[in-house]
Design a protein around this ligand. Structure first.
Ligand SMILES: NC(=O)c1ccc[n+]([C@@H]2O[C@H](COP(=O)([O-])OP(=O)(O)OC[C@H]3O[C@@H](n4cnc5c(N)ncnc54)[C@H](O)[C@@H]3O)[C@@H](O)[C@H]2O)c1
Length: 284
């Protein structure tokens, strides 16, 4: 099978980013979102990002036009029937992902591959809601998708060699370097990243330093482009909390335990960049 059309489920920050790299690589991309206004909203998000890339000289104007011509939005999951590969990017919630995968399994042709961009949930478990667990895998992209070079492929217990090989090929066309991780809590990247972010929030909560001091310590002392608190804002504090809770529940490892401050910020809707307020304030 050759992947020509990619279906993206969810048009939040990850869904929009995956749609963007997909159309830029020449794939037809159909994005499903739950709102009736998905088409203008998704187009606007991807268009804005492509136009910013063009204004920085990274793309020609005609490339923006042809990439946008390959993008389609829909509020009906059945419209993903033409997809050879579906990449699910909805909220980090197992029950929600089960229901999406059940529907995708009904809608997509039997040879199609179903991928989840989950940060922390078990691929083996997600695959159980389908009749094709051999064609289910994790395709874990990083934020912002057009910039970050890694694609972490996650192999569930049922994932076939053919499925993995196809995902590797698509990853290469998307310009990503792929690594393969087992279906173990946090895979490779989040097993390392989430304890680090959790500890940074705890350190700030314990009064070790102001937000900018904690971030500067890491940026200047460890050479990271972003400090951990700015990174948590970029990921989304709701997403960070959901990942930490899932990893703590599935592994029992206290390194993943979410600090009370993170939970309180999410409870009052301070979710980071996406709401304009997190550890930092953002102009919207
Ligand atoms: N944010 C990151 O840095 C990052 C990185 C890698 C992977 N991920 C994973 O990607 C997925 C999406 O994260 P995001 O940051 O794009 O989140 P987001 O909050 O920006 O977007 C979530 C999307 O899910 C949709 N959604 C929520 N509930 C839904 C429902 N009931 N039915 C249909 N759609 C629904 C929302 O409309 C939205 O489009 C999560 O699984 C997350 O763990 C996130």
């Amino acid at each position: 099978m050759i992947v020509q059309t990619i279906g993206v489920v969810g048009c939040g920050q990850m869904g929009a980013g995956i749609a963007e790299v997909g159309v830029l690589a020449g794939y037809n991309v159909i994005v499903y979102g739950r709102n009736e206004d998905i088409r203008p909203a998704c187009q606007a998000r991807v268009r804005g990002s492509l136009e910013r890339a063009a204004s920085r000289g990274k793309l020609e104007a005609h490339e923006v036009v042809s990439a946008l011509g390959r993008l389609r939005g829909t509020a009906h999951l059945a419209d993903l029937a033409a997809a050879d590969l579906a990449i699910e990017c909805v909220a980090e919630d197992l029950a929600l992902k089960h229901s999406i995968f059940r529907s995708l399994d009904d809608v997509l042709h039997p040879a199609a591959i179903l991928a989840s961009n989950t940060s922390s949930l078990s691929i083996t478990e997600i695959a159980l809601s389908t009749r094709r667990p051999d064609k289910v895998l994790g395709m874990h992209f990083f934020n912002p998708v057009p910039v970050m070079r890694l694609l972490e492929l996650v192999r569930g217990l049922h994932t076939s060699d053919e499925t993995l090989a196809m995902a590797r090929k698509v990853g290469a066309y998307l310009g990503k370097t792929t690594i393969t991780a087992p279906d173990s809590p946090g895979f490779i990247v989040n097993r390392l990243l989430i304890p680090y972010i959790v500890e940074a929030i705890s350190a700030y909560e314990a009064g070790l330093g102001e937000v900018a001091v904690v971030d500067s310590a890491v940026k200047l002392g460890m050479g990271h482009p972003l400090g951990p608190l700015a990174l948590a804002d970029l990921i989304g504090l709701d997403v960070t909390l959901a990942i930490a809770d899932t990893l703590y529940a599935s592994s029992g490892n206290p390194y993943f335990k979410a600090p009370p401050l993170l939970r309180r910020m999410v409870a009052i809707g301070q979710l980071g960049r996406k709401t304009g307020q997190g550890f930092y304030e953002y102009r919207r």
